[in-house]
Design a protein around this ligand. Structure first.
Ligand code: SF4
Ligand code: SF3
Length: 543
């Protein structure tokens, strides 16, 4: 195996024996082969889209297959083998649909588009050599391989967001076509540095459109998030905790548990669900449980109920493996998987557990400051900035992870002066979202915008402020302090680069897949720098 797609990769280089995340060699190799096959299918799907032919089965499979390979989503080799079988069938289907146009597109068909699964699981693993990143590095060198994977890893995040929109019935053939076009480009492997750099930013543009679609899916289905107090201490009764990003799973579970005396808690990236009017109306959605994803083994072990993982980030289930369930593309070997949102096994598992025996003393935090909530009071915000009563806004957002260096984000948030606001989003906020920050000019100093995909909301706020001040986003008293871990964060970083956002701080470490030389190209253009210390960075920003 050779995997360097996330921030915690072994020795900042690559996981080659076993993933730090828990992914084993077998799964890693099958994932590589699945990406290879997906590129092959997209080669034909791209041509078909140019001929105005869209096939939803192919479109949906591609985004789910790519999503399944995202960090901390699916660790089950059997599931990947089944996906490879489907990929092989869909390659045949895509090729058959393409045949009538073959004479029009005279280019050489890339090997990925001629791939077939000829063998069993073990054979597929041997075959995965052709799809390995090591091979890409041998053929193209580290710079080119790294940049092409920058695009691929961004697309993984984008595919996940597109899938979240898909489950809410927001489907865009045009966006599927853009994903196919990009994967087809990667399949052809006719790389040049200039084209790759252009496409790095293009991937960010596609991700922005996808986040816009997902924002529309979420807000048209569940209403606009509104400021909402969320209990963070348990209540007496049976309990289910729901983690991940998929609001549809939460909604269906809330419906299926109504009247059953089971309290539902959000976990991780599901926290912002409490702000949506059509989700918070369920009285048994009682609160939020636990901290960030990387401490789930400790926290789930003592949770007295059952657990649902709707998306990333899943870690190896420990003694709670019989009461944790996966859904959608998430998987772990021998962990029960929920099909078609029939949550009966999850509900029964919760009823078999003790639940909480008493209410814990009430504590709460505030969520729900997505674009509508902030833009509704934009006049007040703009006036406070003009009057220099609010000096600066820091967006401290992104993923969490296990590394010690991530304390930076807690320390940074604590060091932000009292005449500044903090916007936060994604799961990195668990480092500081239970601290007391007080208020600034009537605004809570810490405003939780939502999930990672709600970066779309933060971008809309930034664009509205830039319009009000008749300047560019880069000229606003606004700084981006980003923490990355997995590929959704890569997609968002690409979107911010596409928008021309400069002077962002990124950490805790830089992506291993980018060589020093390629990172320098991006750094020179965008002045994107690695975090240093909270004191130094704050001083430099506020000088
Ligand atoms: Fe390693 Fe990250 Fe890949 Fe897991 S996803 S194998 S931790 S680089
Ligand atoms: Fe977190 Fe896994 Fe990235 Fe949606 S849940 S942000 S790490």
């Amino acid at each position: 195996m050779f995997c360097y797609q996330c921030e915690q990769t072994e020795k900042q280089t690559a996981c080659t024996i076993k993933g730090v995340c828990g992914k084993n060699e077998l799964t890693a190799d099958l994932q590589d082969l699945l990406i290879y096959a997906a590129k092959g299918i997209s080669y034909y799907a791209d041509i078909l889209a140019k001929e105005n032919i869209h096939n939803e089965e192919i479109d949906h499979f591609i985004i789910q297959a790519v999503f399944a390979t995202l960090t901390n989503v699916n660790f089950d080799p059997q599931r990947f083998f089944i996906m490879l079988q489907t990929a092989s069938d869909l390659l045949d289907k895509a090729k058959a649909l393409y045949q009538p146009f073959a004479s029009k597109y005279k280019e050489k068909i890339p090997p990925m588009a001629n791939w077939r699964l000829k063998t069993n699981l073990e054979g597929a693993v041997k075959e995965s050599e052709i799809a390995s990143i090591k091979k890409q590095i041998q053929v193209h060198g580290e710079d080119i391989a790294g940049l092409s994977n920058f695009i691929l890893f961004g697309l993984k995040g984008t595919a996940a967001y597109l899938d979240h929109a898909f489950v809410l019935n927001k489907k865009s053939p045009a966006l599927f076509a853009k994903i196919h076009e990009m994967l087809s480009y990667l399949a052809k492997e006719n790389f040049s540095m200039d084209e790759l750099l252009k496409r790095v930013l293009k991937t960010g543009e596609i991700n922005l459109e996808v986040m816009k679609l997902l924002d529309a899916a979420n807000t048209s289905t569940y209403g606009h998030p509104e400021p909402t107090k969320v209990r963070i201490t348990p209540m007496k009764g049976k309990a289910i905790v729901v983690s991940g990003h998929d609001l549809k799973d939460l909604e269906e579970l809330l419906k299926q548990t109504e009247g059953k005396n089971i309290n539902i808690y959000t976990h991780g990236e599901m926290l912002p669900a409490h702000g949506y009017p059509k989700l918070k109306k369920y009285k048994h959605l009682v609160g939020n449980f636990g901290g960030a994803w990387q401490i789930q083994q400790r926290e789930f072990a003592v949770f007295p109920g059952s657990i649902l993982m709707t998306t990333n980030c899943l870690q190896e289930p420990k003694n709670y493996d019989k009461r944790i369930f996966t859904t959608s593309v998430v998987g772990w070997p021998n962990v029960s998987h929920i099909h078609n949102r029939d949550f009966t096994p999850l509900i029964n598992a919760a009823l078999n557990e003790k639940g909480y025996e008493q209410d814990h003393p009430e504590k709460s935090i505030l969520v729900g400051f997505a674009r509508n909530a902030i833009l509704n009071v934009s006049d007040k915000l703009i006036n406070a900035i003009k009057a220099k009563k609010i000096r600066h806004i820091f967006l401290i957002g992104g993923c969490d992870g296990a590394k010690a260096g991530r304390n930076y984000y807690t320390q940074f948030a604590q060091a932000v002066p009292n005449d500044c606001l903090i916007l936060t989003l994604a799961c990195g906020k668990y480092r500081f979202n239970k601290l007391e920050f007080g208020t600034v000019e009537g605004f809570p100093k810490l405003l939780d915008v939502g999930q990672c995909n709600d970066s779309y909301s933060a971008i809309q706020v930034a664009l509205a402020l830039a319009k009000a001040f008749d300047c560019s986003v880069n000229e606003l008293p606004l700084s981006f302090i980003l923490s990355w871990y997995e590929q959704k964060a890569v997609a968002i970083l690409l979107t911010l680069l596409h928008l021309g956002i400069k002077n962002m701080k990124l950490g805790p470490t830089l992506p291993a897949f980018l060589t020093k030389q390629t990172f320098k190209l991006i750094q020179d253009k965008f002045n994107l720098t690695q975090i240093s210390t909270p004191e130094e960075d704050l001083k430099a920003i506020l000088k």
